[in-house]
Ligand binder design. Structure first.
Ligand SMILES: [Zn+2]
Ligand SMILES: [Zn+2]
Length: 296
């Protein structure tokens, strides 16, 4: 028999780690509940078992909310939707990646940090197609079937990434906007080593937006944070970690090198500097030659 692997994050919120990624179940009424994210492919049985233990047999969630659609957050969805006839919600900007229209930016195995980065070339970035199951979230920040909660748009890791917030007790479900382990290191993720970090480096294409999103979440002053990867963090450890991440985002979160860094931080781009110099030199030489020719 499989051991219980889920933990209570805060009153009425439970999380389960599936190999290296977390799913969350949130009680929203006496018997009602909502699933946040859907783990890895092949984990539907574990998710259903956890739901049965927490909310009783034959009690599907009122809705499934996706923080984003990366393969490790939607893996069990198709399987779950075979038995749970429920609506799936995501941010409008995430829906093209959930209806088979657009692929995610390719993972970048060159960002460093460990085996999870090196192996990231294997991670699928093709979109899944949820067809009519997927619905865009309301623009006003409310969440269906979750009256105590709001969502915050936290792009950067993906275009339509969201984080969920319960203002009553300041509980944050951050998704991958920031995480509480070093997602690039296999040792860290498998042992669930706690360290507040930026979004997984190998799968984050827009670092400017990612930095703004972390700032937005810091401004909520969360008391508890449950993230897509890593253990729950709370209190001063969370507050100090977030403050540090905001203040030193460039050093702590942005990879030293990588395909999505050079485009947005040109000072680091040798090739761009080289190209710029080449154009200027060519222009000067041409200008000189034309002038020279005019003389004769
Ligand atoms: Zn992700
Ligand atoms: Zn993730």
């Amino acid at each position: 028999m499989e051991e219980h692997k889920y933990t209570e994050v805060a009153p009425g919120i439970w999380g389960m780690k599936i190999v290296f990624v977390n799913v969350y179940m949130i009680a929203t009424g006496p018997e009602e509940w909502v699933l946040v994210d859907a783990g890895l492919k092949g984990s539907a049985c574990r998710i259903k078992k956890m739901a049965e233990e927490l909310f009783g047999e034959g009690n599907p969630p009122a809705a499934i909310i996706l923080t984003h659609g990366h393969f490790d957050h939607v893996g069990a969805l198709h399987e779950l939707l075979k038995t749970w006839k429920v609506q799936v919600y995501a941010h409008l900007q995430e829906t093209p990646f959930l209806t088979g229209q657009v692929s995610y930016s390719a993972p970048d195995p060159t960002v460093g940090g460990g085996l999870m980065s090196i192996l990231s070339f294997l991670y699928p970035n093709k979109p899944i197609n949820l067809g009519l199951h997927i619905h865009p979230l309301s623009k006003d920040g409310t969440l269906p079937d979750m009256p105590d909660w709001i969502y915050v748009h936290t792009p950067g890791h993906t275009a339509g990434h969201i984080s969920l917030f319960r203002s009553r007790d300041k509980v944050l479900i951050a998704g991958d906007a920031f995480v509480t382990t070093q997602a690039e290191s296999a040792i860290s993720v498998l042992s669930n080593r706690k360290k507040l970090s930026g979004p997984p480096k190998y799968f984050t294409p827009n670092w400017v937006m990612a930095a703004l999103s972390v700032r937005k979440l810091r401004d909520l002053r969360p008391a508890v944070a449950a993230t897509g990867h890593g253990p729950t963090m709370e209190g001063e450890e969370l507050a100090n970690g977030l403050e540090d991440l905001v203040d030193h985002f460039k050093e702590l979160a942005i990879p030293k090198q990588g395909r999505y860094v050079n485009e947005q931080f040109p000072s680091r781009s040798l090739s761009r500097t080289f190209l710029g110099s080449l154009i200027i030199i060519t222009a000067l030489v041409t200008f000189g030659l034309v002038k020279e020719m005019k003389k004769h």
